[in-house]
Design a protein around this ligand. Structure first.
Ligand SMILES: [Zn+2]
Ligand SMILES: [Zn+2]
Length: 651
């Protein structure tokens, strides 16, 4: 159908097509289908783009209508609230200048230019005004304006930031204006049809932070107001409860209270592990080593500082350099400056190990594991405790195998990952498969085979998984594993990635049954992601009360009277002989004081020893969070605790 035809053809999700007058809007389309759909529709998807119900459709297209229940519905609520908040601010303080206000996770923000900072009382007043605007059910309207007209409009209204924004919009793009009632903003859209569609009881303004205009420290400092919004009050309440819980569990605070680690300015984003924290780390590392070894992995160790030549060959120098820490060194007796980089990932080094000597098909699959210490540059502002660091250790491994072995290796990996997540307290996790992108290497046959192998492997453990079409890496499809913590937050930790490219780039080969050289496939995989981040997740998941096998101090043996001190040391020695992490507390303090302090330090078991315990060679055992104590013979207690201290793979 040509562009001049008065009619266009729209294709619906069920495959049906219908003819419409050119310029028909999604609102009219919905109206034509049913009154109830017209009422429920909030926006549309036209040729894949998010489309306002008011925008005309000028050509043949695919169309799907969105309702509030679709992800688009929630996005619109948040986006409309950004405008409604800016309008509320200007209704209260007409001199405030508006800038930008995007949708973010859970809500939105909007940046304002105002000399005086917004106070918590101001936020309350803005919220109240927003609810008024919502209850007015003002229509939301839109027009495309001529660029000059829009600039003149904003100049007349003393909105210099909007003028600057328009000047930055490429000449071939339309200048779209939106009105929420009388209040106007520059916006790409789409939006809801009227302000009353936004639930008035399901949003909250959270806080104010400084933010430079365009992120540039030479430009004005603006005030950014953050809000969160949901479809209903229950969802908002659940989110606020989750935030409260998350604050209580903040691993940075618990890390101090439990004396696990610290950070300091001389090494941003790199962890100083203290004895307690390093004990957790090692307990987890030992456990992982045993699991990997039992699963047929061979552990290796490769250098951290590696010449740029290898990074050039691997492609990292070209594609990843801005994230790499570069070091330069003058080689002695050679006037040659060598440029090295701290490894940002282990893969190229693992290929070097594979490439030593001739490999045969009998050597495959070869599973090389490394607790690989990596460094990546992250912006200072992005760093966040153990969750986002510059120096970290991956539980990394690469499996070199044939294309035919991918499915089995992937299934084995998912089984191992599932065991490890269950052991560490994360029985619930999701799997996402990312498939071939438009730009890729490898043949379609290779991709067909690899994608089918990954899918088949997932199906061995579950039926439901998410597919992200086109989101695989250019060198192969991948799986992402997201676990859910105790307060419902999701953390992407595990990954499994097939790679047809790196073995090619770095010349990895094996001799096949036919006596010819072949390229192995390389499978990149990690389960925890990094030890640092995973320990952060563990701390928050358990609110510091780590499972006994991971607790840094498992038992504190405390004296009630000083006469018990020799017995305290004897008990500590006895427990240590059983492999328990036990410490003595013979300070001249009241037992209640000691119990309180060790409870704050999240010590799972406290043994209190007084005259009676000395006389009877018993211990009085108290568990964290319980008030009751239990008297046990020393040997009985040692045996009981030693059993509890076994890691999940040793039980
Ligand atoms: Zn907007
Ligand atoms: Zn890798």
């Amino acid at each position: 159908m040509s562009l001049d035809a008065p009619q266009i053809s729209l294709t619906f999700p069920d495959g049906a097509t219908r003819a419409y007058a050119r310029g028909v809007t999604p609102a009219q389309v919905a109206e034509g289908i049913s009154k109830s759909l017209a009422k429920k529709a909030v926006s549309a998807k036209v040729n894949g783009a998010h489309w306002d119900l008011q925008w005309p459709i000028e050509q043949d297209a695919t169309i799907a209508l969105n309702t509030m229940e679709d992800p688009a519905g929630l996005e619109l609520i948040r986006h409309d609230l950004a405008h409604i908040m800016a309008r509320a601010v200007q209704e209260i303080w007409p001199d405030v200048k508006v800038t930008i206000g995007p949708v973010i996770e859970h809500g939105w923000y909007y940046d304002f230019d105002r000399a005086e900072p917004f106070t918590p009382e101001d936020l309350g007043a803005i919220e109240k005004k927003m609810k008024e605007i919502i209850n007015r059910r003002d229509p939301v309207t839109t027009e495309v304006w001529d660029r000059e007209r829009a600039i003149r409009y904003y100049e007349a209204n003393h909105e210099p930031y909007k003028v600057e924004l328009i000047e930055a919009i490429p000449g071939d793009q339309p200048i779209r204006m939106y009105w929420h009632g009388h209040w106007q903003d520059l916006c790409r859209g789409p939006h809801l049809a009227h302000t009353g569609q936004v639930p008035a009881d399901a949003f909250k303004l959270m806080n104010v932070a400084g933010a430079y205009w365009r992120g540039d420290s030479n430009r004005p400092m603006l005030q950014r107001i953050y809000g969160v919004a949901f479809r209903n009050r229950e969802d908002l309440k659940a989110h606020l409860t989750m935030l409260e819980e998350a604050a209580k569990r903040d691993h940075r605070r618990l890390g101090r209270e439990m004396e696990l680690f610290h950070f300091q300015e001389e090494a941003p984003g790199m962890v100083f592990w203290h004895p307690n924290g390093w004990t957790v780390y090692r307990a987890l590392e030992d456990y992982m080593r045993r699991r990997l070894s039992a699963a047929g992995y061979k552990e290796i160790r490769t250098p951290q500082v590696v010449d740029r030549k290898l990074w050039e060959a691997s492609g990292h120098w070209d594609k990843y350099r801005e994230n790499m820490f570069i070091t330069e060194i003058d080689e002695e007796h050679a006037n040659e400056k060598r440029v090295n980089a701290l490894k940002p990932m282990n893969c190229p080094c693992h290929v070097q190990v594979f490439n030593q000597g001739i490999k045969s098909y009998r050597d495959l699959p070869l599973r090389l594991a490394e607790f690989g210490s990596c460094h990546r540059y992250e912006a200072h502002g992005a760093l966040h405790g153990l969750m986002r660091v510059r120096g970290f250790t991956q539980d990394d491994a690469h499996i070199f195998c044939t294309e035919d072995q991918i499915a089995e290796e992937c299934a084995k990996f998912i089984g191992l990952l599932s065991t490890i997540y269950t052991d560490t307290g994360f029985a619930k996790f999701d799997i996402k498969l990312s498939t071939r992108p438009d730009v890729r290497i490898g043949t379609d046959a290779q991709w067909d085979k690899a994608e089918a192998a990954l899918e088949k492997a997932i199906l061995t453990v579950r039926n439901d998984f998410e597919v992200d079409p086109g989101e695989g890496a250019f060198y192969g499809p991948k799986l992402d594993f997201k676990l859910t913590d105790a307060i419902g937050r999701e953390w992407q930790c595990g990954t499994f990635q097939a790679d047809f490219q790196l073995p090619e780039r770095l010349g990895a080969t094996y001799v096949g049954e036919d006596g010819q050289k072949h390229r192995p496939v390389m499978l990149h995989r990690a389960i925890l992601g990094s030890f640092e981040r995973f320990i952060g997740i563990l701390i928050e998941n358990y609110a510091g009360r780590l499972p006994f096998w991971l607790a840094p101090r498992q038992v504190v043996v405390a004296s009630i009277v000083s006469d018990a001190d020799p017995y305290v040391h004897e008990v500590v020695d006895r427990l240590r002989a059983s492999g328990l992490r036990a410490e003595a507390d013979v300070r001249n303090e009241k037992i209640n004081y000691k119990v309180r302090e060790h409870s704050l330090g999240k010590v799972p078991v406290i043994l209190a020893l007084g005259q009676r315990e000395v006389a009877e060679r018993t211990v009085s055992l108290r568990r964290l969070g319980e008030n009751d104590t239990r008297t046990l013979a020393l040997e009985e207690a040692a045996a009981l605790l030693a059993e509890e201290a076994k890691a999940p793979d040793q039980r």
